[in-house]
Design a protein around this ligand. Structure first.
Ligand code: AMP
Length: 179
């Protein structure tokens, strides 16, 4: 068996992007590395094997890339959670908080059935506002949130605690300091 690689080393950090004071954690370098991408997906799905997960819900846009891979590995369906106005069929919508202000996200009204076991995924959890909105939207439709998983946690911003406060188990592969 090959030795696992240091996944954090495959994430690119861009200082002062998109604005001063933010360090953007760019996972396109991880996704572009076949070994790192495979390992990240394997590590994310491992705890969920055999749980009978019905759907993976991915948050636009990087959550779609991870979510598709996780859904395939777990033989689950995939549900896109998108910014408002992008989905073609009837939707349900929720407002969620951003660092400055609010926005709205949507999913198709028939994307999950009551009682379905769902795992939420995105590339990164910061304040947790985005994931909190997605959890509430999924629960409104009757989904049972089994867990939420992210490649990266920014622990100083408290997103993990926010989700755990909603009773959601959180799994992440690595942590970075700062914003
Ligand atoms: P939040 O709602 O504060 O947890 O923010 C999470 C969302 O914003 C995710 O979809 C991330 O892709 C994105 N995001 C927030 N902060 C960063 C960062 N420092 N680097 C890359 N993406 C980020």
């Amino acid at each position: 068996m090959t030795q696992p690689i240091d996944l954090a080393a495959s994430v690119r950090s861009i200082v002062d992007y998109p604005k001063p004071g933010i360090i953007f954690r760019d996972i396109t370098t991880l996704l572009g590395d076949a070994v790192a991408f495979r390992q990240a997906v394997d590590e994310l799905v491992r705890p969920y094997a055999g749980l009978g997960v019905d759907k993976i819900a991915g948050i636009e846009a990087r959550g779609f890339i991870l979510g598709g891979a996780l859904a395939h590995q777990l033989s689950a369906g995939f549900v896109p959670i998108r910014k408002k106005g992008k989905l073609p069929h009837e939707t349900v919508r929720i407002a969620y908080s951003l660092e400055y202000g609010v926005d709205e996200m949507e999913m198709h009204v028939d994307a999950v059935k009551p009682g379905e076991k769902v795992i939420l995924t995105d590339d990164l959890i910061a304040t947790g506002g985005t994931a909190e909105g997605a959890v509430k939207l999924l629960r409104q439709q009757g989904a049972e949130i089994v867990s939420a998983c992210f490649v990266i946690d920014l622990p100083e911003l408290g997103g993990r605690r926010k989700l755990e406060g909603l009773g959601v188990e959180v799994r992440t592969l690595m942590e970075f300091e700062g914003h």
